[in-house]
Every structure is written in structure tokens, then in C-alpha cells.
Design a protein around this ligand. Structure first.
Ligand SMILES: [Fe+2]
Length: 206
């Protein structure tokens, strides 16, 4: 298992996401999950060597003594990587003529309605967690939220986009104004990456 580099500089997401928040989020929170996972798996080299996503999608196979650490710290490690890689400096726009955009219109009514629904789900989620856009095995798109660092059910859903709604993701700049953070975060989404995930055979190669 490796601690993946941040795919851009700490200040690359300014002004929507300030450099200090990104630095603390990446070097303290994200790194902390990696370090805690590593410490808890010290006696389990066979698990440390396996792809993290395999552990997270087969939690019942993990010994009970370390299962919660894999779920919480391993989940935090994986989801933060997915989150960082859902954004690009300045964002990359959605091609409204492609199949992914058509699926958004089909399942939410319009692109604007999808945006409204996603932000509403993320803004109203109670406590710390993540709001996702996922596609199910039949290709239908859904918005859902998970608490802590839990992933959407792997047998049912492929994650396409995620936003961190833990307070550490926005509190320094936005304090309690989560809705304002979400409006600004929206401008950072890498829609080309989201579309690629939509078209991919497997979500394990992100
Ligand atoms: Fe976070």
C-alpha cells in the first residue's frame, strides 16, 4: 500500500479550496489515515500487501481485531484519493453532448436538477461523511451519502464522484457554511474524470 501523491499543488484549487485547508487535509487528515492503517496492519503483512479496495470490499474476511481500522482508516485513505482525483484546478467541464450527460438528464430530469439534488444531499447530510454520484449495475445513476468513511455497496454501485462533507474539508475557509463550500467545490469537479469512471468496466482502476 502506498500513500498516493496529491495530483496538484496545495494552492492549485484556490480560490474555491484554500491552500491551507488542502495542505492540512492532505498532510494531516489523509496522511493520518494511512499511518494508522499501517500501524494497525503491522502484524498482518498479507493484508498490507493486498490492494486496499479488495480489503474494503471484503471487510467480512478481515480479522475482527483490525476490521474497524481497515473500515475507518483504510476507507479514509481510499476515499480521499478518490476525492482528490475527482477535482482539477479550475475544474474540467462536462460535455453536454455525451452519453454520461444524457444519463444525468435521463435519471435526474436535467443537468441543473442533478446539480441541485446533489448539493442538497451533501448540504443536508447529518454529521461527517461523503456524498456520492454512483451508477448501479444496470447503468442508472443515483445520489447517495455514506457516514464516516464507508463506501457505497460494492456489489451494487460504481462510484463516479464524491465530496467530503467532514468539517475538516471546509471549516477554515467556510466555517459552518457548507452550502457555500459546495457551490464553490462544484467549480472544481473534473467532469472528464467522472465521465471516464462512468464508462469504465471496473472502478478498481481509478
Ligand atoms: Fe477529509
Amino acid at each position: 500500500m502506498v500513500f498516493q501523491p496529491l495530483p496538484y499543488a496545495f494552492d492549485a484549487l484556490e480560490p474555491q479550496m484554500d491552500a491551507r485547508t488542502v495542505e492540512i487535509h492532505y498532510t494531516k487528515h489523509h496522511r493520518g489515515y494511512f499511518d494508522k492503517l499501517e500501524a494497525s496492519l503491522k502484524g498482518y503483512p498479507e493484508y498490507w500487501k493486498r490492494p486496499l479496495i479488495d480489503l474494503l470490499t471484503n471487510l467480512n474476511d478481515i480479522p475482527e481485531t483490525v476490521r474497524m481500522s481497515v473500515r475507518n482508516n483504510g476507507g479514509g485513505l481510499w476515499v480521499h484519493d478518490f476525492f482528490w482525483r475527482s477535482m482539477a484546478p479550475g475544474g474540467l467541464s462536462l460535455n453536454k453532448r455525451n452519453a454520461f450527460a444524457a444519463a444525468l438528464v435521463r435519471d435526474f430530469g436535467s443537468i441543473e436538477k442533478f446539480e441541485k439534488d446533489f448539493k442538497a444531499a451533501a448540504a443536508s447530510f447529518f454529521g461527517s461523511g461523503w456524498t456520492w454520484l454512483v451508477r448501479d449495475t444496470a447503468g442508472k445513476l443515483w445520489i447517495l451519502s455514506t457516514p464516516g468513511h464507508d463506501l457505497p455497496t460494492a456489489a451494487k454501485y460504481v462510484p463516479l464522484l464524491v465530496v467530503d462533507v467532514w468539517e475538516h474539508a471546509y471549516y477554515l475557509k467556510y466555517q459552518n457554511r457548507r452550502a457555500e463550500f459546495l457551490d464553490n467545490w462544484w467549480q472544481l469537479i473534473d467532469w472528464q474524470k467522472v465521465e471516464k469512471r462512468f464508462l469504465a468496466e471496473s472502478w478498481r482502476e481509478d
